[in-house]
Ligand binder design. Structure first.
Ligand SMILES: NC(=O)c1ccc[n+]([C@@H]2O[C@H](COP(=O)([O-])OP(=O)(O)OC[C@H]3O[C@@H](n4cnc5c(N)ncnc54)[C@H](OP(=O)(O)O)[C@@H]3O)[C@@H](O)[C@H]2O)c1
Length: 257
């Protein structure tokens, strides 16, 4: 019987896998035998990340701006044009915004709803034929959406548009899981707490420094934490799991603040 957590031969698309959480997930998927396609908005970042990830395993880099429907459709077209199967889609690319109610920029609403919610939906729709083809009753195709603890618990700082967009991702995940189960495609969301990435570098340093005292398990998230949650949901270990929201937050969403 093969390793419950191996991903040998699986073809995976990770949006925004050139850096941050997507890159952490890509590294572990490569170690487990998957072929990983990552995306970035610039050719330079895509090539640099592909070269580094290529030292671990088989990796392809694509350039995609996922802030519009057209961008999402164009990425799906590139993936289809490769002629390769697609077993796993990780909707990771995302954007955040924050600020008190009086100062939150209005533009953050359409921007975040577009990249955080509409793009994952459009990509799933456009890539469904490939995912359906790869799906088997005993080994479903997998979709993992990156949600956030801020989308299901009260965030520590005001992030209205971001939290609402991630709450939408969580519910979209449940709806798609119900609709795609008959096609043997699982759809799950992971909800990270605080990880050190470019996104969280926008959070004031004193706030991040306090985090180990606030997080019940006493630390920020590490690459292994986020990668393991996705490996679980995408390997044989997670074949019977669909429609869940998996918090990867050291207990933050269940803590008394
Ligand atoms: N870090 C955390 O603590 C945390 C917590 C909860 C949830 N999350 C979620 O995890 C995911 C990854 O976040 P991260 O922390 O790794 O953030 P990050 O370091 O800022 O990375 C964001 C990723 O999204 C991509 N991206 C941003 N705008 C894009 C656009 N218009 N078109 C295409 N790609 C775009 C970026 O690609 P390029 O810059 O290479 O183009 C990058 O790979 C996000 O969905 C985020 O909401 C993160």
């Amino acid at each position: 019987m093969s390793d419950l957590f191996e991903l040998d031969g699986k073809r995976v698309l990770i949006t925004g896998g050139a850096q941050g959480l997507g890159n952490m997930i890509a590294q572990e998927f490569l170690r487990r035998g998957a072929h990983v396609t990552i995306t970035s908005r610039t050719a330079e970042d895509s090539s640099a990340a592909t070269a580094e990830l290529g030292l671990i395993g088989s990796c392809t880099g694509l350039v995609a701006d996922l802030s519009t429907i057209e961008g999402a459709v164009a990425l799906a077209d590139l993936v289809k044009a490769s002629g390769e199967p697609l077993h796993i889609l990780i909707n990771n690319a995302g954007k955040s915004a924050g600020g008190p109610i009086e100062r939150l920029p209005d533009i953050s609403w359409p921007e975040l709803m577009s990249i955080n919610v509409q793009t994952p939906f459009t990509l799933i729709r456009e890539l469904l034929p490939l995912l359906r083809e790869a799906a088997k009753p005993d080994d479903p195709a997998r979709i993992v959406n990156l949600g956030s603890f801020a989308g299901h618990a009260l965030p520590l700082r005001p992030t209205y548009s971001y939290s609402a967009s991630k709450a939408a991702v969580h519910h979209l995940t449940r709806m798609l899981a119900a609709d795609l189960a008959a096609s043997h495609i699982t759809v799950n969301a992971v909800a990270p707490g605080y990880f050190s990435t470019r996104m969280t570098s926008a959070i004031p340093k004193d706030h991040m420094d306090e985090m180990p005292e606030i997080v019940p398990l006493g630390r920020l998230g590490r690459p292994d934490d986020i990668a393991a949650s996705c490996v679980y949901l995408c390997s044989r270990a997670g074949a019977y799991i669909t429609g869940i929201l998996l918090p990867v937050d050291g207990g933050l969403s269940r803590a008394r603040h």
